[in-house]
Design a protein around this ligand. Structure first.
Ligand code: BES
Ligand code: MN
Ligand code: ZN
Length: 496
């Protein structure tokens, strides 16, 4: 899908010839003299158009515009959030209609508020996305070209560029998370990561079972034992700044299918455990976006990837393994495998002397129970890091919420047979999982995003969301903005 940003007032928008014209109308819109604006004014006055976000008024061949179909949409207070709701409703309605819209013009009737352009771009992409990879007839997305009209394009350039890059990253994350387990094995994920090294400033290294054994990643290896698919440990590097600048390390859980292992999951909805590499997919997506934007930053992406399967060789409840950190772990439940692969990646992260490490994982059903699908779970060992991630989530409309890390929550992880057990009781399950990880992240500021509830949707709309690519990208770019000017040479301006 192709996005372009143009300076368009309502008269210019009306003169565009496209399959559909969507006009975003905030509350308190004051119509000017041009015909389309006057029409909008009348519709508002008559109550046929409401400015509540997502309220639609479809018009067919109105004399006031050249496009066949015109959709007036209320955007409420015009905030990024309400613009997102409005665009989601509008593009959803157009998608449901016939004939298909290939060329769309999406125009703000008034100057967009901060974040609204980004919201419009990402919501348009989201509402028109179609997965095709494993269908025999690939009837994909019909929308190919989107012209985004704003009164003054120069004011939104930076935000627009970031949004377009975010869309590329989000769609890469969706693609890989959506692929079935047999089409997204650890080997295939590693190939996808390798292909990213074609982008500027990105390099990729892939380790296999022998290298991982040499590193002493006994915990990661224990999970991979039950599968015929060989594990992969993916190391991505984006070098956009001087070598001396400490990198941010992103770690993504890459379980390409989670059967639970010997502690097997029930059959219902087990297919959704193909999404258990959504954290890994989001790291790939962030690198895809970095390659496009090329900010002056250093970022490392680490992806431990394997299947979690039951087998004669599989790890068993009660087994004790030795992690790369030297800490021994009693595996009481083989379904708590995410933390077992992440802990070795967190130890590996030390070698980069990182500014911060953020891991991203579909880690616990408990987090989904706690926060639902609206906000990802956030844990952090410094307030600074927590605040930065929270703010990035707000800016990108990819929300998270901080949960606590009191040491008392780690009590349940005590065992008589190893340094730590991999599970505690059912209570506070998202937090006890984070407490387990924290033991391996003592050497740098660390945050953990539990995306169990936010990474995909179930039911009729089953599919990956591409979260939290938007959050992570904003977090990384904001860290660059706070650096001294000398390191900002390649930065595109952010109008946040
Ligand atoms: N991948 C799952 C977590 C999950 C479950 C995410 C359902 C989204 C929906 C993870 O590996 C897991 O199985 N966690 C267990 C941990 C438990 C055994 C302590 C869980 O949440 O049930
Ligand atoms: Mn599991
Ligand atoms: Zn899992």
């Amino acid at each position: 899908m192709n996005f372009e940003l143009k300076s368009l007032d309502l008269a210019a928008a009306a003169a565009l010839v496209s399959d559909a014209l969507v006009v975003l109308v905030p509350a308190g819109f004051k119509p000017g003299k041009e015909a389309l604006a006057a029409l909008i004014g009348q519709a508002l006055k008559a109550g046929d158009l409401e400015s509540k976000p997502g309220k639609l008024l479809p018009l067919y061949r109105p004399a006031q515009a050249k496009s066949t179909r015109v959709l007036l949409v209320g955007t409420g207070d015009g905030s990024a959030k309400q613009v997102r709701q409005a665009v989601t409703a509008a593009v959803g309605a157009l998608r449901a209609g016939t004939p298909a819209v290939k060329k769309l013009a999406l125009c703000f009737a008034t100057a967009p508020s901060s974040g609204a352009v980004r919201a419009a771009v990402t919501a348009t992409a989201d509402a028109s996305y179609v997965y095709t990879t494993t269908k025999s007839k690939s009837e994909g997305r019909t929308l190919v070209r989107v012209t985004l009209g704003v009164p003054q394009a120069s004011a939104s350039k930076g935000e627009f560029a970031q949004a377009v890059a975010a869309v590329a990253g989000i769609e890469m994350a969706k693609e890989w998370a959506n692929r079935p387990g047999n089409h997204a094995t650890p080997t295939l994920l590693a190939q996808a990561a390798r292909s990213l090294s074609r982008l500027p400033k990105i390099s990729c290294q892939v380790l296999g079972p022998r290298e991982v054994e040499k590193l002493g990643m006994g915990s990661f290896m224990a999970v991979a034992r039950g599968s015929e698919q060989p594990l992969r440990f993916i190391v991505l590097q984006y070098n956009g700044a001087a070598k001396a600048q400490a990198p941010t390390v992103l770690v993504g859980k890459g379980i390409s299918f989670d059967s639970g292992g010997i502690s097997m999951k029930p059959a219902a909805e087990m297919d959704e455990m193909k999404f258990d590499m959504a954290g890994a997919a989001s790291v790939l997506g962030v690198f895809r976006a970095l390659g496009e934007l090329q900010p002056a930053l250093n970022v490392v992406g680490l992806i431990p990837s394997c299947e979690n399967m039951p087998d004669g060789r599989a790890v068993k409840p009660g087994d004790v393994v030795t992690s790369m950190s030297g800490q021994t772990i009693e595996i009481l439940n083989t379904d708590a495998e995410g933390r077992l692969i992440l802990c070795d990646a967190l130890t590996y992260a030390e070698r980069f002397k990182p500014r911060a490490v953020v891991d991203v994982a579909t880690l616990t059903g408990a987090c989904m129970i706690a926060l639902g699908s609206v906000r990802s779970g956030l844990f952090a060992t410094t307030d600074e890091l927590a605040n930065q991630l929270m703010a990035a989530g707000e800016a990108a409309q990819d929300l998270c919420w901080r949960l606590p890390l009191d040491d008392d929550y780690a009590d349940g992880l005590k065992t008589n047979f190893a340094d730590v057990a991999n599970v505690a009781g059912r209570a506070g399950g998202a937090i006890t999982a984070a407490k387990f990880l924290q033991r391996f992240a003592a050497k740098y500021p660390w945050a953990h995003l539990d995306i169990a509830g936010s990474a995909w949707k179930s039911g009729a709309a089953k599919g990956a969301t591409g979260r939290p690519v938007g959050l992570l990208l904003d977090f990384l770019l904001a860290s660059q903005a706070s650096k001294p000017a000398a390191t900002k040479t390649r930065q595109r301006s952010r109008s946040a």
